[in-house]
Design a protein around this ligand. Structure first.
Ligand SMILES: NC(=O)c1ccc[n+]([C@@H]2O[C@H](COP(=O)([O-])OP(=O)(O)OC[C@H]3O[C@@H](n4cnc5c(N)ncnc54)[C@H](O)[C@@H]3O)[C@@H](O)[C@H]2O)c1
Length: 251
């Protein structure tokens, strides 16, 4: 129960890694705001864990600001933000490769707006509240694609690279004020985002075989790292970019 009395906001909390992280924070005693543009999904997870749902499109600053306000008004403080909402493709949400020459401007804009600006706006509005409350922890969810090139995922990779750079500068800017900012870079994790890539068992196996651990990851393996980074066990970890990828980035 490391998070008794603590208030946590998780974006993309209705599914996959975000949902698993909401559940783990709640199990550790936190008050959790389950934020997602899938309002029904957020309500389902919030009901299960006794948290508070919040409908938000993270690409819109006004909605992100309202999300942070909601957490502080409802629970009186803000300790943790897991900036996790993201899409693999602008239209479907699921991961789809598209090289720069095949990416229309509106798709580029929307992937950058959700996957990079959304996290930046979360930080912008959370940090003043955390500083006022004596400190806090932000965990940004990037991707191993931010640290090693994977052919043909250009807008997604650029956005996640921005998340890594953003993490570093915010850690440097705000560490002295008690706000730690860290970043997780997941490898392939079995969630709806990659459902189209893993529904065929052979394709799933092939993806797993590309990692030293010969399997893809699951959402709980990301949730446990997010909760650790938010906890006092990680009190001297700031600005870290942590691959959670079964060793893929070590190859
Ligand atoms: N699954 C993987 O293999 C993988 C690998 C590396 C990084 N990631 C990253 O992990 C994060 C979580 O993804 P996941 O794998 O759990 O996928 P997921 O599709 O299961 O969950 C993503 C959630 O984000 C929400 N969302 C999307 N756009 C939103 C918006 N504009 N505003 C609010 N909510 C929005 C979706 O509704 C969904 O609930 C993403 O940032 C993703 O880029 C995933």
């Amino acid at each position: 129960m490391r998070f008794q009395g603590r208030v946590v906001v998780v974006t993309g909390g209705a599914s996959g890694q975000g949902e698993a992280t909401c559940r783990l924070f709640a199990a550790e005693g936190a008050q959790v705001v389950v934020a997602d543009w899938n309002a029904d999904g957020a309500a389902r997870v919030a009901r299960d864990i006794g948290g508070a749902p919040f409908a938000v499109d993270v690409a819109k600053e006004s909605e992100v600001a309202a999300m942070i306000d909601f957490a502080c008004t409802r629970f009186g403080r803000l300790d943790v933000l897991f900036n996790n909402a993201g899409v693999g493709h602008s239209a479907t949400g699921q991961f789809r490769m598209a090289s720069i020459v095949d990416t229309p401007e509106d798709a580029w804009d929307s992937i950058i707006a959700i996957n990079l600006k959304g996290q930046a706006m979360g930080c912008k509005h959370a940090i003043p509240r955390m500083v006022a409350g004596g400190g806090g922890a932000i965990i940004n969810n990037a991707s191993i694609m931010a640290i090693a090139g994977v052919p043909g995922a250009d807008a997604y990779t650029a956005a996640k690279g921005g998340v890594v750079a953003l993490t570093r500068v915010l850690a440097v800017d705000w560490g002295a004020k008690g706000v730690r900012v860290n970043c997780i870079c997941p490898g392939t994790i079995a969630t709806p985002m990659v459902g189209n890539l893993i529904e065929d068992p052979e394709a799933r196996q092939r993806l797993g075989e590309s990692t030293p651990m010969k399997r893809i990851g699951d959402s709980d393996e990301i949730a446990r790292v997010a909760v650790f980074l938010a906890s006092s066990d990680a009190s001297y970890i700031n600005g870290a970019i942590i691959p959670v990828d079964g060793g893929w980035s070590a190859l």
